[in-house]
Write a protein that binds this ligand. Structure first.
Ligand code: HEM
Length: 441
C-alpha cells in the first residue's frame, strides 16, 4: 500500500490536542481530502491504514478474514486487564472458545433469559425519578450491567460484589484509555505503579467472580442462565473450561456487553427526546401491546418501529465505531499489496454517515430501516461487525434494548434541551452527558 495518501507524523502532532479530545473530525477531514483509504504515519517505518471503503471492510472482515487477526490493541493492551477470552484472542484459541460460548447466545437459549432480562429492566427503569432532568448515561450503564449480571448468575443477593465489579471494569477502562491516548506517559504509568494497581484490581474482580462460580458449583442447583451454559460447555475431549478461562470469558461478557449497550441506549433515547414524532410512534406501538401477555418474545416481535429507532441510533452513533485488524500474511486488495503486519482501522462511524450510501446521512430517520429498505444497507452497516467474529451477543443486545426503550417510553415522555449530544470516543463511542427530562405520562 505504498501509493496510498499518507498523513505525516507532523500533521498528527500539529493536531494532537483535538485528536486527544475527539479524533473523529480529523478522520473525517482526511477521508474527504484523500479518499476512502489513507495511511497515518506513527513511526519511522510504521503506519496505520484507515478505511471507510465498504469493499475493503468486507474483504477484511468476511472474504479474507483468515488473513487478518485482531490487533494487539485488543489482544495485548485490553487483554492485560480483562484476560484472554473470545473478544481478545485469535486463531485456534479463539475458534475453540467461540464454539463453546456461542450456544449460550442462540435465540432458543435466550428465550429462557427473557424473563430475567425483563424483570431487571423494569427494576432499573423504576429508579428513574419522574419529572426531573437526569443524565441518562449512568442510568443506562447500571441497567446494562445489571442485565448482564443477572443473565449470567440469576442471583439478587450479590449486589455488593456486582457494584464492586462494575467499579473495577470502569476504572480499568479509564486506565487503558490513558495508556492509549497518552502513550508518551506510558513509562510514568508503569514507574508510578499505576498500571500494577489496575492489574491488581482486575485480580480482585476475578476473585469475586471465582467466589460466585464456586458457590454455584457447590450448590449443585441446575439453573438456566449464561453461567450454567458456560459450565456445561466442553472441549472436544469432553473436558470443561479451566477456571481461569471461564473467569476470563465471564469478565469479557461484562466488558463487551454492558458499555456498548449502555451507549446505544443513551444515544437512541436522546434521539427520541429530540424527535417527538418518532417518540410518539414508539409510544403508540408500545400502547398496542398486550401487556397481560407473558410471552415476551411475542411482544418484542411487535416492536418493529422501536427496533428501527435503535438500528438508526446505532447507525448515527455506532458503539464499536472503529474495528481493528492486523494482516498476518501478505494480501492483495484491488491490485494493492497489503503487507503482513499492516494494521487496518475500519471506521464504522464514517461508513454509517457516508453520503454516497445514505440519503441525508446526518438525519435521524428510523423509517430507512423498515423491512423493504433494509437489505439495501447490508454492505454499509456494521453495528455488530461482520464475518466469523461478529458480535456473539447481538440478539441479546437487541432484545434488551427494545425492551428498555419500550419500558421507558411507555412510562415517560422524554424531552431534552440539548441540540447535539457531545460524543466521547474512547474504547467505545460514548456520550459525554445526556440530560433528559422524564415527564410522567
Ligand atoms: C449494542 C450493543 C453491542 C454492540 C454495538 C456490540 C458490537 C460488537 C462488535 C462490533 C463486535 C465485533 C468486534 C470486531 O470484529 O472486532 C463485538 C464482538 C463481541 N461482542 Fe458485542 N456488541 C454489543 C453487545 C454485546 C453483548 C450484550 C454481549 C454479551 C453479553 C457482547 C459480547 C461480545 C463478544 C464476546 C464479542 C467478541 C466476539 C468474537 O470475537 O468472537 N456484545 N460486539
Amino acid at each position: 500500500m505504498n501509493d496510498l495518501p499518507t498523513i505525516s507524523q507532523y500533521q498528527v502532532f500539529k493536531n494532537r490536542k483535538r485528536i486527544l479530545k475527539n479524533p473523529l473530525p480529523f478522520h473525517h477531514e482526511n477521508f474527504e481530502k484523500y479518499g476512502d483509504i489513507f495511511k497515518v504515519k506513527i513511526g519511522f517505518n510504521k503506519a496505520l491504514v484507515f478505511t471507510r471503503s465498504p469493499n475493503l471492510i468486507k474483504h477484511v472482515l468476511q472474504k479474507q478474514h483468515k488473513k487478518y487477526h485482531k490487533s494487539p490493541l485488543q489482544t495485548v493492551d485490553l487483554a492485560k486487564y480483562i484476560g484472554h477470552g473470545i473478544l481478545t484472542s485469535n486463531g485456534e484459541d479463539w475458534r475453540t472458545h467461540r464454539r463453546m460460548v456461542q450456544p449460550a447466545f442462540h435465540k432458543k437459549k435466550l428465550l429462557g433469559l427473557l424473563h430475567i432480562m425483563n424483570d431487571t429492566i423494569q427494576k432499573e427503569v423504576s429508579r428513574i425519578k419522574p419529572n426531573e432532568v437526569q443524565n441518562i448515561f449512568p442510568l443506562m450503564g447500571d441497567l446494562a450491567f445489571q442485565v448482564v449480571a443477572n443473565s449470567l448468575f440469576s442471583r439478587s443477593d450479590i449486589q455488593e460484589d456486582m457494584s464492586r465489579l462494575q467499579a473495577i471494569t470502569e476504572a480499568n477502562q479509564k486506565m487503558l484509555i490513558r495508556e492509549m491516548r497518552q502513550s508518551y506517559f506510558k513509562w510514568w504509568f508503569k514507574l508510578s505503579g499505576m498500571i500494577q494497581k489496575h492489574l491488581d484490581l482486575s485480580e480482585k474482580g476475578r476473585y469475586l467472580l471465582n467466589k460466585i462460580i464456586e458457590e454455584r458449583i457447590q450448590s449443585k442447583v441446575d439453573k438456566d442462565d449464561l453461567l450454567a451454559m458456560l459450565l456445561k460447555a466442553r472441549y472436544e475431549d469432553n473436558t470443561p473450561m479451566p477456571r481461569r478461562q471461564l473467569i476470563d470469558e465471564v469478565l469479557i461478557l461484562f466488558t463487551a456487553g454492558h458499555e456498548t449497550t449502555a451507549n446505544a441506549l443513551s444515544f437512541t433515547l436522546f434521539l427520541l427526546a429530540k424527535n417527538q414524532n418518532a417518540q410518539q410512534k414508539v409510544f403508540e406501538e408500545v400502547s398496542r401491546l398486550d401487556l397481560e401477555s407473558d410471552d415476551i418474545m411475542q411482544q418484542i416481535s411487535q416492536l418493529n418501529y422501536t427496533k428501527q429507532c435503535l438500528e438508526e441510533g446505532m447507525r448515527l452513533y455506532p458503539p464499536a465505531y472503529i474495528i481493528d485488524r492486523i494482516a498476518i500474511e501478505d494480501d492483495e486488495f484491488e491490485g494493492q499489496i497489503i503487507p503482513k503486519n499492516t494494521m487496518i482501522l475500519m471506521s464504522v462511524y464514517e461508513l454509517h454517515r457516508y453520503a454516497d450510501f445514505w440519503e441525508s446521512p446526518d438525519t435521524f430517520s428510523p423509517e430507512r430501516f423498515n423491512i423493504e429498505n433494509k437489505k439495501d444497507f447490508q454492505e454499509y452497516y456494521y453495528p455488530f461487525g461482520a464475518g466469523p467474529r461478529m458480535c456473539v451477543g447481538n440478539n441479546f443486545a437487541m432484545y434488551e434494548m427494545v425492551l428498555t426503550v419500550a419500558e421507558i417510553v411507555k412510562k415517560y415522555n422524554l424531552q431534552t434541551v440539548l441540540n447535539e449530544v457531545e460524543i466521547n470516543p474512547l474504547i467505545s463511542l460514548k456520550p459525554r452527558a445526556v440530560p433528559i427530562n422524564f415527564l410522567e405520562r
